[in-house]
Every structure is written in structure tokens, then in C-alpha cells.
Design a binder for this molecule. Structure first.
Ligand code: ACO
Length: 403
């Protein structure tokens, strides 16, 4: 039994809500989710329409400022962002100090955390202009930093941003160009990456966004807050799942082995879970997974690669899962990560870069949520309470008298 006497004396009343599944930690007007109906809206706009018709920077503007930009506002915004895409030359030296086989998430985490040392002129969270510059800096530099982590891991020279390119195109350029051979832009690839970035741009109070808000609530600078978000996103139950899905599909290997893995996932004594299935909020099909599935089909058919064996395996696995009572009873459906890994594979993105790209996408949401939090007069420092389960007061026992 838990002794809560001291806590009740202290607070009068406390809600026990481990992992905050039933606690609204803030008011927010950014993202709306209806988990039962499978609906996701950014500032009221359905995710499907945005993924089909917007650019990532247009969506970032929407998340940050609450409205879709006019043509002139978008031009200015894109200009301001592209102005900040380069990183300080000294930052490049960091990369050389990491072991060459470092996971790019480790590098991203370290470099973004260090940005406040390079840009101390935009760390005052009470100054509106400084806040805006740091938001622009982070949005602009995240793709550069992520692509540099990739280049570093494969021993190729860094590729500088080419600011006449659109955001997603620029990222592909920095990932895949080599000095002797600039990347030949494939508009189908750029469109798919743009949609991928849009659908992952925000998702209300998920683990990494709550982390950004919690860290920001102590008035830590935005670079530190985004680094904390990256750390939270890294785990396989959150952003790391897209990488884990691909590893799992490769491990399953053939259609014949699907029942074996489903049985493992259902076995309560086995910690194995089917990666890419289930969601804390969606109790029906994740709307982002539907968009991804469509993009996946378009991408692979345009490339004449519609018979990717991993995609076929993914479809078979999905069918088997949807037909199984265990998953139906628990309302476990494919989530965004299930097809996003296959899309990124078709874009030739190495598996280790899947989660860094998720971080690039989520930066718009993290920054919008951080800005909203900082401006919210109701926001105090995050400080959950606990139900203490340890012993109450005990007398100290000197070392020589302990058993
Ligand atoms: N495979 C097998 N069983 C599962 C799975 C799964 N992928 N997900 C949940 N379950 C089962 C649980 O074992 C539990 O069963 P029980 O009631 O018999 O104990 C039941 O479904 C409920 O699961 P919870 O863990 O309570 O659900 P929760 O909301 O806490 O977890 C989570 C959500 C972490 C996403 C979980 O479904 C999971 O681990 N999925 C696989 C990892 C994954 O794909 N993560 C990406 C999430 S999306 C994102 O971050 C963008």
C-alpha cells in the first residue's frame, strides 16, 4: 500500500496519473487530434490537404503563426529562413571529433545542444525578437546539421546548402550531392519528402513535445529545449520506431514467418512488440499512416519499383495484424512510422537517418509549441508530484552497526 499521508498534508489533493495519459498539461490552439475518428488538424486544417498541397515551410508558418501565409508573407518567411541555413564553420569541427560510426541521432543531439554556445545573441526567451531569430535559426539549420551528420558518418565532405532550392530539395541536395556530381533532383522524391516532413511536423503533447515544453518551462534557451526534444524522440517507442520497423521487416524476411512474429507480439511473457503498430492516442487508423501509404504507392509506382519485397511484406503483415483478434481488441493499427520507413528507403535514405529526419520535421511543431508555452501567462515551471512508495522517517544506523 502507498502511504500518501505526507502528500495529502502537503497538497490536499493529488491525481495519480502515471505518464500523464489523462492529464491535459496545457491549453493549446495548434494541433487537434480525434483519436477515435483518426483525425489530425493543424490550426484547423486537415493533415491530408496540407500534405497534398502545401510546402513544409508553409506548414511551419501555419504552426508558428496560426494562419496560412499570404503569397507575400510566405516569400518573406522563406527568404528569412534560407538566410540562416548555413552553420558556423567552427561547428563543422565538432563532427570530426565524433567516432566515425556514431549514430547520427547522437551527433544531432550534441550539435543542436551546442548551438546556444554559438548563438548566445538569441537565447533570451523574454525578448520577442531573439525568440523569433532562434526559431528561424533552428528551422533553417536542422536540415543542414542532420545532412552533415550523414556525410560525416560515410566519410564524405559536407555539402553546403543551396538556397535557391526548396526546403526538401535542399535537404536531398545536402544529403546526396558530392563535389564532383551534384544531386540530380527528382521532383517525385522531393514531393514525397515534403509530404513526409509535413505529416510529422506536429502532434500535440507527444513525449518529445512535452519534453520541449517541460524543459522550456524552466526558461531554458530554445536550442537546449530542442536538443531535449531530440533526446526524447530518439527512443524506439517514439521517433526511433521508423528505424525499428525496417529492421523488424528485414528480420521477418519472408511472408511465411509472419505468424511466428505475430505470436511473439501476442505472448505476454515476451517483451517483443510489432514496431509501427499501436498509438497512445489513435484508437483507429493513424491518419498520417494513410497519407504515407498513398505516398509510398505513388513513389514506388513512379519509380517502377512497385514490387519492393519489403513493401509487399509490410502489406502482408498489416493484413495479418488487422485480421487478428488480439490487435482488434486493443485497437492496434499501423501508425505513421509503419510506412514512413519504406518511403525513406525508396528515397535512398539510410536507415540510421530515419529518426534524424523525423527530428527535422518535428522541429516546426516543437518551436510552435515552445513559443506558445513561453507566451502563456498560465504556464508555470513544470513540476509533477509523485506517490512516494519508500519508507517514512528512519533513524540513521552508523556503518559499524549495520548488519
Ligand atoms: N505489438 C504488440 N502488442 C502491443 C503493441 C504492439 N506494437 N502496442 C501495444 N500492444 C499491447 C500492449 O502489450 C498492451 O496489451 P495488454 O493490454 O494485454 O497489456 C496493449 O496493447 C496496450 O498497450 P500500451 O503499451 O498500454 O499502449 P501505450 O499507449 O502505452 O503505448 C505505444 C503506445 C508505445 C506506441 C505502443 O503501441 C508500442 O510500443 N508500439 C510499437 C512502437 C511504435 O510503433 N511506436 C511509434 C509510436 S508513433 C510515434 O511515436 C510517432
Amino acid at each position: 500500500a502507498v502511504d500518501v499521508r505526507h502528500l495529502l498534508a502537503d497538497t490536499g489533493l493529488v491525481a495519480f496519473d502515471p505518464s500523464f495519459g489523462s492529464t491535459a498539461s496545457c491549453r493549446s490552439s495548434i494541433t487537434y487530434i480525434d483519436g477515435d475518428a483518426g483525425v489530425l488538424l493543424y490550426r484547423g486544417y486537415p493533415i491530408e490537404a496540407l500534405a497534398e498541397r502545401s510546402t513544409y515551410l508553409e506548414v511551419a508558418y501555419l504552426l508558428l503563426f496560426g494562419e496560412l501565409p499570404s503569397a507575400a508573407q510566405l516569400r518573406t518567411f522563406v527568404h528569412d529562413i534560407t538566410y540562416h541555413t548555413m552553420v558556423h564553420e567552427q561547428i563543422s569541427r565538432f563532427y570530426g571529433a565524433f567516432p566515425k560510426d556514431s549514430h547520427p541521432m547522437a551527433v544531432l543531439l550534441g550539435v543542436v545542444g551546442a548551438l546556444s554556445a554559438f548563438y548566445p545573441d538569441s537565447t533570451d526567451v523574454f525578448d520577442e525578437d531573439q525568440r523569433l531569430i532562434s526559431v528561424y535559426r533552428l528551422l533553417a539549420k536542422m536540415p543542414t546539421i542532420a545532412a552533415m551528420a550523414h556525410k560525416n558518418s560515410i566519410g564524405q565532405p559536407f555539402v553546403y546548402p543551396l538556397n535557391r532550392l526548396e526546403y526538401s530539395e535542399n535537404f536531398l541536395h545536402m544529403m546526396f550531392s558530392v563535389p564532383a556530381e551534384p544531386y540530380e533532383m527528382n521532383p517525385v522524391f522531393a514531393k514525397a519528402l515534403n509530404a513526409l516532413l509535413i505529416i510529422q511536423a506536429d502532434h500535440e503533447q507527444n513525449a518529445s513535445t512535452s519534453t520541449v515544453r517541460t524543459v522550456g518551462s524552466s526558461r531554458a534557451n530554445p536550442f537546449a529545449c530542442i536538443a531535449a526534444g531530440i533526446a526524447s524522440l530518439w527512443g524506439p517507442l517514439h521517433g526511433g520506431a521508423n528505424e525499428a520497423v525496417l529492421t523488424m521487416l528485414q528480420e521477418i524476411g519472408t511472408r511465411e514467418r509472419i505468424p511466428e512474429f505475430i505470436a511473439k507480439a501476442k505472448d505476454r511473457n515476451d517483451p517483443f512488440r510489432l514496431m509501427g503498430f499501436g498509438h497512445r492516442v489513435y484508437r483507429s487508423y493513424d491518419p498520417r499512416a494513410k497519407v504515407m501509404q498513398k505516398i509510398c504507392d505513388e513513389l514506388l509506382s513512379e519509380l517502377g519499383d512497385g514490387d519492393d519485397p519489403l513493401l509487399a511484406l509490410a502489406r502482408d503483415l498489416e493484413k495479418s495484424v488487422l485480421a487478428d483478434d488480439y490487435f482488434a481488441e486493443r485497437k492496434l493499427y499501423p501508425n505513421v512510422d509503419y510506412y514512413s520507413g519504406i518511403v525513406m528507403r525508396a528515397l535512398n535514405i539510410p536507415t540510421a537517418m530515419f529518426t534524424p529526419i523525423f527530428a527535422v520535421a518535428r522541429t516546426a511543431g516543437w518551436l510552435a509549441q515552445w513559443t506558445e508555452m513561453i507566451q502563456d501567462p498560465e504556464q508555470r515551471i513544470s513540476r509533477p508530484r509523485q506517490l512516494y512508495t519508500g519508507p517514512l522517517r528512519r533513524d540513521y544506523v552508523p556503518l559499524d552497526q549495520r548488519p
